[in-house]
Design a protein around this ligand. Structure first.
Ligand SMILES: C[S@@+](CC[C@H](N)C(=O)[O-])C[C@H]1O[C@@H](n2cnc3c(N)ncnc32)[C@H](O)[C@@H]1O
Length: 483
């Protein structure tokens, strides 16, 4: 739940919350007044004579401290996704280009950390994870084992501070209300709405860099309302931002997984991270049974996620926690589903990453956690570029217009919002065949599951590749041969 700001009434009732600070003298009274009204919480300053004009503004933080930045150059108010206000007194970036190098920002605070996909990637690039925050106890067990030097906390909503130095905040916030498979209630939904808390922390601590990852579908849901909200918050807080849709398939893993990477920076041009690499050759493979074909066996009537020589995106499994990894029809006629270690590998984790003490292996939550995770090589590309920003490529610019689905990429570096037509494959890496990930740990899809899929597909009227359903039917009669 988002924290609601204190009302004027609660402030006057709580004399203990009186501040002992004042606005910097350079600040005009009109700004103070305006900001005070926005905050709805005004306290007269003892040394200023005007009775009518408030000269101080209180900001009460959830842990009871009171804060007011002495570096105020401009005031803005930001509003939470549910329309509740959030307070802000951060300095805005001066206009013009931000500095081009990332100075001293070597530590990472991972919020909504899951099993630490971001943080594994950042550690491989030389960053140190100081703080990890994750509400799921099973995921926390993984974090504690894999990042023994980091402080592990449980709930972002209970967090009152970030590590003090120049920190990079990673935040793959919950996607349940933004994904195609979810309830589509949007950025203010019961799960995804927790992102408001992230922005409260950003306001207070102004981290150097924030990296967000979330589902591709949020670019089109409600005409991109979630993106509109996210980038508006960053603009109000004085950050420059850039985002890009990137596909795991372009990073040496045969998993089609398009995700939005949104980067907001205070002292580096985010375009130099996300738009310094591009492989424009969009190689669309033809559907053919001579190559392995991945698909969602749990679907059938609607999109089945056919993927040539790879798997469609790993998902979190059923609401009951039953694993449902996608299946692959191999050219030898076998229809197999990957094991948990294979799924870890297909997300870029070492095999066995989630095999830690404290996880119930019965209805193993690791399936969900791996399906939730960020693909490590993609996050690693972002981390490496943060260390060594490149030169912004010349890319076709488009527009970002309100009420329309958002483009594949975009930025605002102080000169307005720009849409970008960049490929989802920034680096020149060919994904290996999914066959290279196949081993004896994979399971044969049961005849029951396969027949259920065939029935749904036949009745659903979706166009399938030639001989696909026939080959699946034959697979149900086949003696399994795993290799
Ligand atoms: C999309 S996943 C992030 C996965 C992560 N990037 C990874 O690589 O594993 C979102 C995570 O946020 C966690 N979460 C949800 N609400 C939270 C909260 N209030 N505080 C901390 N974590 C939360 C969920 O348990 C889930 O693991």
């Amino acid at each position: 739940m988002l924290a609601r700001g204190p009302s004027r009434r609660s402030a006057t009732r709580n004399p203990g919350a009186r501040p002992d600070f004042r606005f910097p003298p350079a600040m005009r009274k009109s700004s103070v007044r305006r900001f005070g009204r926005i905050l709805g919480q005004l306290v007269p300053h003892p040394t200023l004579s005007s009775r009518s004009e408030p000269s101080n503004v209180v900001e009460t933080i959830s842990d009871g401290r009171i804060m007011c930045s002495t570096r105020i150059t401009s005031c803005v108010a930001a509003f939470g996704p549910r329309g509740n206000w959030m307070r802000h007194n951060a300095p805005l970036l001066p206009s013009g280009q931000p500095k081009s190098v990332l100075r001293g920002a070597m530590s990472v605070a991972g919020l909504f950390a899951g099993i630490g996909g971001f943080e594994l990637a950042f550690s491989r690039a030389g960053f140190k994870t100081r703080l990890l925050v994750e509400v799921d106890p099973a995921a926390r067990a993984v974090l504690k084992t894999r990042f023994p030097d980091a402080e592990v906390r449980s709930d972002v909503c209970d967090l009152s501070s970030l590590p003090p130095d120049n920190t990079i905040v990673t935040a793959g916030f919950p996607c349940q209300n933004l994904s195609m498979a979810g309830d589509k209630s949007g950025i203010s939904g019961p799960k995804s709405g927790v992102v408001g808390k992230l922005f409260e922390l950003i306001m207070r601590h102004q981290p150097a860099t924030v990296v967000i990852e979330n589902v591709y579908f949020m670019l089109q849901l409600d005409s991109g309302r979630a993106m509109e909200w996210l980038v508006t918050q960053f603009e109000r807080l004085g950050y420059h931002w850039a985002y890009r849709v990137v596909d795991t398939m372009g990073f040496g893993l045969p998993q089609r997984r398009r995700r939005v990477y949104l980067l907001a920076c205070r002292n580096v041009d985010p375009r130099r991270i996300l738009f310094a690499d591009n492989d424009p050759i969009a190689n669309i493979p033809t559907l053919s049974l001579t190559r392995p074909l991945g698909f969602y066996w749990t679907e059938g009537r609607s999109g089945v996620g056919l993927t040539v020589d790879g798997i469609p995106p790993l998902k979190v499994g059923s609401a009951l926690g039953i694993p449902s990894p996608p299946a692959v029809l191999f050219p030898d006629g076998e229809v197999l589903t990957p094991s948990l270690p294979a799924c870890e590998e297909l997300q870029g984790f070492p095999r066995g990453w989630t095999d830690v003490v404290g996880i119930n292996k019965g209805r193993n939550p690791a399936w969900r956690m791996v399906g939730n995770a960020v693909s490590v090589p993609v996050a690693q590309w972002v981390a490496r570029r943060l260390k060594t920003p490149g030169t912004v490529l010349e890319l076709t610019q488009t527009s970002i217009s309100k009420g329309n689905r958002w483009p594949q990429g975009g930025w605002n570096v102080g000169e307005g919002r720009v849409g970008i037509a960049a490929s989802a494959k920034p680096v020149l890496t060919e994904a290996p065949s999914i066959s290279q990930f196949r081993d004896t740990s994979w399971s044969r899809l049961s005849d029951r599951a396969l027949n259920g899929f065939i029935d749904r597909a036949e009745n659903g009227g979706l166009r399938m590749p030639e001989n696909f359903l026939d080959t699946l039917r034959q697979a149900t009669r086949k003696t399994p041969t795993l290799r």
